[in-house]
Design a protein around this ligand. Structure first.
Ligand SMILES: [Zn+2]
Length: 417
């Protein structure tokens, strides 16, 4: 039987089967070895299957019948609940290290630097299902037309993703613990990542205004990273100071047909609560958008085009030593953080079903999320490097590609090649 193209590629680039084969076994008397269980869940996640029940069907009589063979969804849950998440975290780091060696993590716009974004997202909120590790809150909601207050269970995760690469590459995920804030969780994740990847793996960390806090910024620097964070009202003194010094005309303007970008640069602004000075770049973006409005004139509807102006102002704070690099670079880095929201979290939740627990037990949910993230990274890598770059016509979407993955397994039945 010939190898599936996706798996053959992962073995060629990463020796993926070898790495998965080295993961320790969590159970004492396993009926199916962990590698086989892992492969089933990983391939199911790459095919963007929403539930373990569906992967069970794939293994019994669907796309994975030949490749894996029958395994029950109970076995998936039981095996994952007894598996330690750390070795899978380490596997993700090993993949990232090899991607960096292959030059995948940086691009021209980032000037050869590896830029990573950090952000949090909520997953698996439920009024019914919970586990030992769930966080909870009281929520008012409508049931049968009546408002009532119920306890809602949920999990929050923090993800660090490389955004300087041609496509985003997640480095790791961590579940927020009860009573732990997003920033504390992010720091613990970054420390774990540096422990596995070494101190100079990520050059610049980018995040929203929540991360612009004196202790966090100090800790990030101690981990050997530069940083670019948004400045908003949560640092009022610094914002006031930065606004005051950028009230005059901009130092640069970039005009295109329907867009204008203006920027200001303050190499040294005093940040009293942190007892230091920082660099601030302010940008103002004006977009002219054409909108079609429909108005009623007597019996007729009239379409007319109007130009709407949208303005957005951003302040970015950084410790990055620009040297001869133009200040607009900080704006580019600051904006790259949107890729974690618009690409990674969007795809993971819409296509890869990250918000649906599929299994809701305290350890299994972590293990499943890590495997899903790994499947996302590696299937996206394959899609970009093998499908898109080799396609003669339209390569199709990532979602369509996931469906094709499943078809390839069916096409690989014995004697077909
Ligand atoms: Zn839970």
């Amino acid at each position: 039987m010939s190898r599936h193209r996706f798996e053959a590629y992962l073995d060629k680039v990463f020796d993926f089967s070898g790495l998965v084969g080295q993961l320790p076994e969590g159970r004492q008397y396993p009926q199916h070895p962990w590698k086989k269980v892992f492969d089933a869940i990983f391939l199911g996640a790459a095919m963007q299957r929403p539930s373990l029940l569906q992967i069970q069907e794939d293994c019994r009589s669907g796309a994975l019948a030949e490749r894996i063979g029958p395994i029950s969804d109970d076995t998936f849950g039981y095996a994952m609940e007894r598996q330690s998440p750390e070795p899978i975290f380490a596997l993700g780091c090993e993949i990232a290290r090899r991607l960096k060696r292959n030059g995948v993590l940086r691009s021209n716009w980032s000037r050869g630097l590896v830029v990573a974004a950090v952000d949090g997202i909520e997953i698996c909120s439920s009024f019914v299902r919970c586990c030992d590790a769930c966080q909870q809150r009281e929520v008012k909601h409508k049931v049968d037309g009546k408002m009532r207050t119920d306890v809602q269970y949920y999990h929050r995760i923090v993800v660090v993703t490389v955004v300087s690469s041609p496509f985003p590459v997640p480095l790791g995920v961590r579940f927020q613990k009860e009573g732990e804030g997003e920033v504390a969780c992010a720091l613990a994740l970054l420390q774990d990542l540096v422990g596995h990847l070494g101190p100079r793996f990520v050059d610049l960390l980018v995040g929203d205004a929540l991360y612009l806090q004196a202790p966090f910024v100090k800790a990030v620097e101690e981990l050997g990273m530069g940083w670019v964070f948004n400045l908003k009202e949560n640092q009022p003194e610094l914002l006031q100071e930065a606004s005051r010094w950028t009230a005059g005309p901009p130092i640069g303007i970039q005009s295109e047909t329907d867009r204008e970008l203006r920027w200001w640069h303050l190499p040294e602004v005093d940040w009293p609560v942190a007892d230091r000075s920082v660099r601030v770049v302010k940008t103002e973006r004006v977009d002219q958008k054409r909108q079609i409005t429909v108005s009623q004139e007597g019996a007729h509807r009239k379409k007319s085009k109007t130009v709407v102006t949208q303005e957005s102002t951003n302040f970015y704070v950084t410790n990055f030593q620009l040297g001869s690099i133009p200040p607009l670079f900080i704006h580019q880095v600051g904006r790259s953080r949107w890729r974690i929201d618009t690409q990674v979290f969007q795809t993971l939740t819409a296509d890869c079903h990250l918000k649906h627990p599929a299994v809701h037990q305290s350890t299994a949910i972590i293990v499943l999320t890590m495997i899903r993230l790994l499947a996302y990274t590696l299937s996206l890598l394959f899609y970009q490097r093998q499908v898109c770059s080799h396609a003669r016509g339209d390569p199709g979407t990532f979602l369509e590609f996931a469906k094709r993955l499943a078809y390839w397994f069916v096409a690989l039945l014995p004697n077909t090649t």
